[in-house]
Design a protein around this ligand. Structure first.
Ligand SMILES: *[C@@H]1O[C@H](CO)[C@@H](O)[C@H](O)[C@H]1NC(C)=O
Ligand SMILES: *[C@@H]1O[C@H](CO)[C@@H](O)[C@H](O)[C@H]1NC(C)=O
Ligand SMILES: *[C@@H]1O[C@H](CO)[C@@H](O)[C@H](O)[C@H]1NC(C)=O
Length: 306
């Protein structure tokens, strides 16, 4: 009996040494979230953001009066995020930055899909993911476009987790993700994974070359130029609104659209246990004084061109 102890120790040591030696090229798998990839060995989103937290953030989404009841779920968010986690979404920086980024992204999602205005119970911030589609579009959002002509009868109204509008934008994101969204814009109201995927693509992709993506502007990958500084664009949540919505939201002083997004972000930080004080100074949080990266010229559909 006494003799077997050193053997056990030796085996233990050898196994540990083997782990150290192979750690560099280690490939991990986390079930459906993460398949055979090196980044899966690191902390991923589901390690710090789990189903119950998703439920806490979006508690009213399946209420009978929510317009998208039964549509949105945790699994579709995590599934959609898998390929972007490999590119840094929710996996950049330490655990705090990872959580801040997930809260920021979901802050946009919640703010853009909330139906809580005037509904009262729980406050506006409890009603994120209430919509999956614009309810009474006043137009078809079809602009003449050489690359992305409107499909006959198609309607390019707002759909998704960070809603996509206009034939041009459906065309661009459809190309990027290899979904024929130009001919099937309705897929974004039928498939929650696709709806999150298009939002994550937008978050991770610069609108124009040499500009930051919302992700880059948020996690600190972006170094502002002199022009950026002159035009008061600074890294942070404010800059993510600038990237995503330009002068629809930013450079207009204090406004409801901006404040709704900020309040969702801060609320989610509280619910995730990070705490809103971790969001940093107000000037980085808002974009009231920021000039837009891409000022709207005439048609919002072509503002993302080139
Ligand atoms: C894993 O985390 C470390 C430390 O944060 C980081 O340097 C490394 O790039 C990460 N690996 C992958 C594959 O993401
Ligand atoms: C939704 O889209 C995802 C991503 O393309 C796909 O894997 C899945 O099968 C789709 N789900 C349905 C029900 O069509
Ligand atoms: C800086 O801003 C000015 C005025 O908006 C513009 O004309 C110029 O091209 C910008 N420079 C760079 C390097 O972006």
């Amino acid at each position: 009996m006494a003799k077997s102890i050193p053997t056990i120790l030796a085996v233990f040591l050898i196994i540990n040494l083997m782990n150290v030696c192979t750690a560099k090229d280690k490939v991990c798998t986390k079930g459906w979230e993460c398949k055979s990839s090196t980044y899966c060995c690191n902390q991923t989103i589901s390690d710090f953001f789990q189903t119950y937290q998703f439920e806490n953030l979006f508690p009213k989404r399946n209420s009978p009066i929510a317009f998208a009841a039964g549509f949105w779920d945790y699994r579709s968010f995590i599934t959609a995020s898998a390929k972007y986690q490999a590119l840094g979404f929710g996996t950049t920086g330490g655990k705090k930055m990872q959580m801040l980024e997930v809260a920021a992204f979901l802050g946009h999602v919640g703010g853009k899909t909330s139906c809580g205005y005037g509904v009262a119970t729980g406050g506006v911030e409890a009603w994120g993911l209430c919509y999956k589609k614009e309810m009474s579009p006043s137009q078809k959002y079809c602009n003449p476009d050489y690359l992305y002509p409107c499909a006959p009868g198609a309607d390019y109204c707002g759909r998704g987790a960070i809603p996509v509008f206009w034939n041009f934008n459906y065309g661009v994101v459809g190309d990027a993700l290899k979904y024929d969204l130009l001919n099937h814009p309705e897929w974004l109201e039928q498939n929650a994974t696709m709806a999150f995927e298009t939002a994550l693509w937008r978050w991770m992709t610069p609108v124009k070359k040499k500009q930051p993506s919302a992700h880059d502007a948020f996690v600190g990958n972006w170094k502002p130029t002199k022009n950026d500084t002159m035009e008061k664009r600074v890294p942070g949540f404010g800059a993510t609104m600038n990237v995503l919505y330009g002068d629809l939201t930013c450079g207009r002083g204090d406004n409801d659209d901006m404040n709704t997004l900020v309040s969702h972000y801060l609320h989610y930080l509280d619910l995730m246990g990070v705490g809103r004080e971790e969001a940093g100074p107000h000037e980085f949080l808002v974009c009231a004084e920021q000039k837009p990266f891409n000022p709207t010229v005439t048609s919002p559909s072509s503002s993302a061109a080139t």
